[in-house]
Design a protein around this ligand. Structure first.
Ligand code: HPA
Ligand code: ZN
Length: 339
């Protein structure tokens, strides 16, 4: 199974680059910047990754992000992730980053984007992995702050390249911060030619999924697993083939489901939803894309046909143009034939 999953060409569509900061790199960055970490060792740091809910994770995740201070840090972080993804058969990545997490600390947006982008371009050149970059707004901050961040990003786009950003997204603490808070921001992003995605229905209610579709006009729902609370919404998601970027190990670590056997991924897949498998914050949740596929394969007894469908869905749900999607679908056909 591991070989089969690795050979399947896959897109990763729900990956926070800040969430790929492994403890080893955290210690290296801390040494580089003269910071003392509150952990005695790499093992102690990894051991501290026990979360009771989304917020308890976010507190540790933002503390880790504080170690990222210049373009070289963002380049190293992104390169390490892309190396890992490539080894696992990921052929295309759509990466989230949180500009506000860094600009709030005085790190220039140019350094953040410059470091991530130089690593993305190098990986495309060296191993053919393609990419999109998605800037996410922190939903616990104000809509005004998000709008100012968007305008700053649009100015930066003028000086880099029209295609530097593909979409905007929405992440951080979900409950109490409904999508409607950001309607005007997403409207402005759309006017500027950007697509939209949003985290919804991870910890928040099914209504937030509905709102993300109606108010933010998103092209995918990140997580979305709580859609099951609204059967009419589930039917709509299936009918529209609205992709869900599901992150199984994240859902277990953050107690969205008690255990992997209780995850609703297989049920949603069988109902015809465009479910995809992703890693979210792999350094914190115990696995990259391959480990997430393996976890649901074992926990939900998925067949090779199910795995093939998940890989196809990831290509279908990507922002790749149709010709490239067809190319990867043909490559999946080939792997499926060989078994
Ligand atoms: N949910 C919300 N915000 C996040 C996540 C997540 O899973 N990961 C990083 N920021
Ligand atoms: Zn996420």
């Amino acid at each position: 199974m591991e070989g089969f999953i690795t050979r399947l060409p896959k897109a990763e569509l729900h990956l926070h680059i800040e969430g790929t900061l492994e403890p080893e790199m955290a210690f290296a960055l801390a040494a580089r910047h003269g910071v003392t970490l509150p952990y005695a060792s790499v093992e102690a740091m990894r051991d501290a990754y026990r979360f009771s809910d989304l917020q308890s994770f976010l507190d540790i995740y933002y503390a880790g992000a504080d170690l990222l201070r210049d373009a070289a840090d963002f380049h190293a972080l992104t390169s390490a992730y892309l190396r890992k993804a490539h080894q696992q058969g990921v052929v295309h990545v759509e990466i989230f980053f949180d500009p506000q997490t860094h600009t709030q600390r005085g790190v220039p947006l140019e350094s953040v984007v410059g470091g991530i982008r130089s690593a993305l371009l190098a990986a495309e050149r060296d191993c053919g992995i393609t990419h999109r970059l998605i800037l996410c707004f922190l939903r616990h901050l104000s809509a005004e702050d998000a709008m100012a961040t968007l305008e700053q990003a649009l100015r930066l786009r003028d000086s880099i390249s029209a295609d530097v950003f593909s979409a905007v997204g929405l992440d951080s603490s979900e409950a109490g911060h409904p999508p409607g808070k950001f309607t005007a921001v997403f409207e402005r992003a759309r006017q500027a030619g950007l697509l939209a995605v949003a985290h919804a229905g991870e910890e928040g209610p099914a209504q937030y999924i509905h709102d993300a579709l109606e108010l933010l006009k998103v092209r995918r729902i990140d997580h979305g697993v709580r859609c099951e609370e609204d059967p009419a919404l589930v039917r709509r998601l299936a009918r529209e083939r609205m992709p869900l970027t599901v992150c199984p190990l994240s859902n277990i670590k953050l107690h969205v489901f008690d255990r992997i056997e209780a995850h609703n991924l297989k049920r949603l897949l069988d109902l015809g939803l465009c479910v995809t498998v992703n890693s979210d914050d792999p350094a914190y949740f115990g696995g990259y894309v391959l480990e997430n596929y393996l976890a649901v394969q074992r926990g939900l007894d998925l067949s090779k046909a199910d795995l093939e469908l998940l890989a196809r869905n990831s290509i279908e749900a990507s922002f790749l143009p149709p010709a490239q999607q067809r190319r990867w679908m043909a490559a999946i056909d080939q792997v499926a034939r060989e078994g």
